[in-house]
Each structure stands twice: as C-alpha cells, then as structure tokens.
Write a protein that binds this ligand. Sequence first.
Ligand code: FAD
Length: 451
Amino acid sequence: MTLIDQLRSSVAGPVLGPGDDDFAAEVAAWNTATLHTPDVAVGLTSEEDAAALVRLAASAGTPVRVLATGHGSATPVTGGILATTSRLAGVTIDADQRIAHINAGCRWADVIEAAAEHGLAPIAGASANVGCIGYTLGGGLGPLARTYGFSSDWARAFRVAVASGEVITASATENPDLFWALRGGKGGFGIVTSMDFELVELSTLYGGSVFFDAPQIADALSTWAEWTKTLPETATTSVIILRLPPLEFIPEPLRGKTVLSARFAFVGDPAEGERLFQPIRDVGPTIIDAVAELPAAAIATIHNDPTDPGPGWDRGGLLNEIDADFVEAFLGAAGPDQQVPFVAIEIRHLGGATRRDVPEGSAVGGRGGAYTYFMAGVPDPSLFATVLPPAADALLEPLRPWIATETTINYAGGLKVPGSYEASWPAGTFTRLAEIRATYDPNTVFPYGPA
Ligand SMILES: Cc1cc2nc3c(=O)[nH]c(=O)nc-3n(C[C@H](O)[C@H](O)[C@H](O)COP(=O)(O)OP(=O)(O)OC[C@H]3O[C@@H](n4cnc5c(N)ncnc54)[C@H](O)[C@@H]3O)c2cc1C
C-alpha cells in the first residue's frame, strides 16, 4: 500500500494528492504568493487523525509540516505531508478558571468573540485573522504587549502529536521541557492539536489609531519617539507609515496618500488614557482620529491589518532604544519624500511586560528588544526575489546603529534573511531548543529552520 492509501485508511479527514480536485484549496495560504506543493495534504479532524498521520509518516520517513491559515507561509513546502488544521475548529471557555481551550484551527477572532461573552479577553495579536497556535508558538507580540507581555506567556498547556505517534500534554507539570520550548520556540516539535490559554478580565480599552497626512509625518514621528519614553506599561503604542494606493478599497480620506498612523492601547481609566494620548493629538490636524474607549473585542481595529488573502513579502526585527538621530535616519530612509517599494513600515514600542519572563521560564526570543521594526513590500510577487530584498537592505543600512542583534521568530521574515533564524533566540535558548527537538523528534519527522 502506498503512503497515501495508508493515510486514507487511517485518517478520518481528507487525504489529497496533487491530482485531486480539492488539493489546491487545501494547501492554499493566506499569503497567496506562496504555493505549497507537498506530496500529500491531510486535513486533520481530531487528535486521533494527527497521531495516525504521525505514526505513518515516521515509519515511512516522510517529513510533516503544518498549515493553519498560511499567514506565516513565506517559504513554500515542496514535498512530504502538509497537515492542515482548519477542521480542528472550536473554542470553549472556562470562565471560572479564565481558560480558553483553543483547537488548532482557531483564529484569534474565534477566541476574542467567545471570551468577550464572559468579560474576558485573550492576549492576542494585531490581526484577529491570524491562527492562534502558529502565532503563539512564535511568542506573539500584540497591541497590549507592554501591559501583558508575549502571548506565549499566557499559554498554560498544549496537546501535541509528537514523533513517537502519541498525543501528549505539555504544561508546567507534564513534559515541562516541551512546554518551555513551545512557548516561543516555534517549530520542529510536533503537531499541536489544541492549547489552553489563560484569559484576562478586560471588557474595554482606551485605544485606536489616528492618521496624519504627509506634511505632519516628521513631527508626528519625532514626538512619538520621545513620548514612548514617558509611557507607563499600561500603554502600548506603534506607528506605521503607509503608502496607500488610489484604489476603491482604501477609505476615501486616505486613498492615494502617504500617511502615518499612530496606534494606542491603554488598559485603565479612559480619562487617563485620553490624557496620556494628548501629546500625539497636539502634533496637529489628523485625517482620522479613531482613538476612544472601545470594547476589548474590537482590539483588531487598533492596527487595521489587512483581512483578505493576498501576496505578501515582509522583513522585520528588533530595535534597541531609539533617539532623535534615529528619527532623522529613519525619515531619511523611509520618510514621505522617499521613493521606496514598501507599502507599510512599522515601529512598535516594546518594554514593560515583554521584558519579564514567566516564572518557570520560556523559550521566546526578543525580550531585550525596545521596539520592533517591520516592513511590507509592494504586493507584486515579481518584485519579491529581485527588487524588495536589496531595497530593504538599503533602507535598513542607515538604521544599523539601532538594530538589535537579537530578534523574535514572528518578526524574522520567514527565515529568508541569512542569520535571522539563529538570531531569533538567545544562543543558550537556541541550543536548548535543538536538544529538545532531538529528544522529541530524533529522526526529524518535523523539519524546521532554513532549508
Ligand atoms: C497580517 C498579519 C498580521 C500579523 N500580526 C502579528 C502580530 O501582531 N504579532 C506577531 O507576533 N505576529 C504577527 N504576525 C505573524 C504571525 O504570528 C505568524 O506569521 C504566525 O506564524 C502565523 O500563524 P498561522 O498559524 O496563522 O500561519 P501558518 O502559516 O498557517 O503557520 C505558520 C507556522 O506556524 C506553525 N504552526 C501553525 N499551526 C501549527 C500547529 N497546529 N502545530 C504545529 N505548528 C503549527 C508551523 O510552523 C507553520 O509553518 C502577523 C502576520 C500577518 C500576515
């Protein structure tokens, strides 16, 4: 029997080869520039499916990779088995314990909605469309990061189909070494089938975003950079320079413009939030001011990330402390007068809780970062391999004095930048992650890292 026939007789979900009608839809990623071409796609419907798949793959020596939403699909999977998790749907909330039990197919929107019914919220990312597991395995920095830390700090347990073919629990008390690794170590450990995630009591926030037109960008950025140094850790903020096309789907006041959006999220008395945000409003006229008290469930409106699939290319990393010289260098490289092929260039403020590890320790990299940087290229795949990498290098060159040597894996740009994989964890953590991978997956059923 071929592997595909064995899978079909052992797994309840669909098992599809490249010749099957539904194959393309099964392996489609949110990043449409990435075309996955595994030998087999397996749609998981249960823990039992995951275990059966792993047992067969391990005995056949066939590598297994996982696709949830495809938000992290920067590198195509070109062989082996691609296990898809979208059918592992559903989240249940234990309001008394403040725990969400999140199945592997969930996106943050599912958890945000379910938790809000109990006045609770997950420490999620900027986009509610991103998959909870892939995001949390990489640490996860969201709009409340300074107040609540990395999202992986809130993971309480994972169920994982490991290379032995068993589904095991990784928590502070069961397989704690694997639990440590899954909180930020990202890949190469198994198929996570579900996660228990602690929620916080949070119904409302003071937050949102304001948009400044091109003439205000220099003032807004230098005010923002100074202002971040004054903020308590109950406030998290970021700025993004957007070069928006003159297309219908862009809201009319922003269409065709280069703008700076300053985002803000404050946990506490709204009047205090408003007072803290005033220096940004004082910069001058805004095109849109959408900072106000808002339901915690509206958290994804703070960053206004794209929701529809499309071709994506990005590069990111961490910055050390920034100053007026950084702002000057940044405006010289990426300001509104520059012609750069990047539709979005973002800086997020870290610190506060992102600097503190959980008491039992976790693998996540980037706790030393003071800010993140991130840039998204013009969404034209013909530029991805040719124009964008050297343009990103050129943009970053004058910012070198502020770029941190460490990064964090969700910002490492899909491992395409040489050295970014190794830089995504402190050296000791990187070594320990490799040891834990070797313990749980001695024959590399779950390959991970730059090919
Ligand atoms: C629009 C957008 C907004 C984003 N915002 C943020 C943000 O605010 N903060 C942040 O930190 N990151 C952010 N990211 C990055 C995002 O967290 C990563 O790309 C993450 O890997 C996406 O996970 P996914 O499961 O949705 O994507 P996928 O591409 O499906 O998965 C990515 C990887 O996660 C792993 N994985 C996923 N599910 C499983 C599983 N069940 N078992 C084992 N491994 C699994 C696999 O290694 C897989 O290759 C954003 C990305 C995009 C495109």
